[in-house]
Design a protein around this ligand. Sequence first.
Ligand SMILES: Cc1cc2nc3c(=O)[nH]c(=O)nc-3n(C[C@H](O)[C@H](O)[C@H](O)COP(=O)(O)OP(=O)(O)OC[C@H]3O[C@@H](n4cnc5c(N)ncnc54)[C@H](O)[C@@H]3O)c2cc1C
Length: 388
Amino acid sequence: MHFELTSDQEQLRAGARELARSFGDDYWADKDQKCEFPWEFYNAFAEGGWLGIAIPTEFGGGGLGITEAALLLEEIAASGAGMNGCSTMHLTIFGLNTIVKHGSADLQKEILPRAADGSLHVCFGVTEPNAGTDTTRISTFAQRVDGGYVINGRKVWITKAGDSQKMILITRSTKREEVTRPTDGMTLFLIDIDREKIDLRAIPKMGRNAVSSYEVFIDNLFVPESARIGEEGKGFKYLLDGLNPERILLAHEALGIGRAAIEKATRYAKERVVFERPIGQNQGVAFPLAEAQIRLDAAELMARQAAWRYDQGLPCGPQANMAKWLCAEAGFQAADQAVQTHGGMGYAREYHVERYFRESRVMRIAPVSQEMVLNYVSQHVLGLPKSY
Ligand SMILES: Cc1cc2nc3c(=O)[nH]c(=O)nc-3n(C[C@H](O)[C@H](O)[C@H](O)COP(=O)(O)OP(=O)(O)OC[C@H]3O[C@@H](n4cnc5c(N)ncnc54)[C@H](O)[C@@H]3O)c2cc1C
């Protein structure tokens, strides 16, 4: 057993760190405040060939594993870019896995090289207002017609929909009442975001404001059969394939935010003098930061193990879920403690930790809530009866 990264992984991490840190906190605060997509940042990573890191080499990608992709996103988050930086690209990195695994050869040739070079933006449409976490109750419906399907429905929270040309969309193609298992009868598509047929409304939200998430209204959208990913009716199964890598990557992003927060907090704790001593000399200030560091380092071990298992082709559901839970908690606690360490200045935008705090909060809700992770562990690790 050994816990070291390889020298290639260390090099990759150093390269990602250097590029990410060339965009400072002020850049991110400005983009966040203006709700502007960070094109300069995105283009720099596209030009550096980072976006296709996990796309197979035959399609112009780097052909690396989830471990390398996770290191990249952790470094981006830790640079102060947080979720504003990671959300510009994490869908390209893991969302297209379904096309790599289940897409037709034509779809792969059309999509993957453009995703790898950063020219194609794809978003991921799962969540619906009336279904919530219970994806089997979605009502967006793909009706079979000559040559394809007509889709009608509504999605919510779809990140980057306004900046994307395509959306991976989960639909029902057979009504829930007409299938044996609720997870049957769902079909996955890669659709064009045709603004004649699709209305988008950005949702005003707490944080990560450089990247918008949208309500999506789909009205009589025709899609050809060639836009279907895999077989009709098996979409839910394909969706499940992507959940573990998504959780592993998001876990690393939460870690990165926590690390950025601790870096800022320890610097401030050394510099800020009150009662004639640096505040960090008080154990009341130092201990919570030390605890936050311990939690981050422990969470990192689970996250790295989950990534390693995925890359080895080993089952990793428990580890991916636990990593997401641990890192989301550790990242949030670190960000909260960084605010506390800054006192009143923790609340001021100038010191950036309030932005980390707002961004780390969402990690406990999305892409899967902490409660649903606990449901997973209760059922699949502890063997308790399913509760819902
Ligand atoms: C910033 C942001 C970006 C997002 N981006 C995307 C995206 O790009 N694409 C996409 O498809 N979705 C996206 N989402 C949606 C996200 O995945 C969901 O918000 C999340 O999965 C929770 O679902 P919900 O909001 O419908 O909550 P609900 O399902 O309504 O649940 C509400 C609360 O009840 C709890 N709960 C529900 N059932 C149970 C149960 N059985 N046991 C215990 N607790 C339960 C939940 O954990 C949660 O705390 C995004 C969300 C946010 C906030």
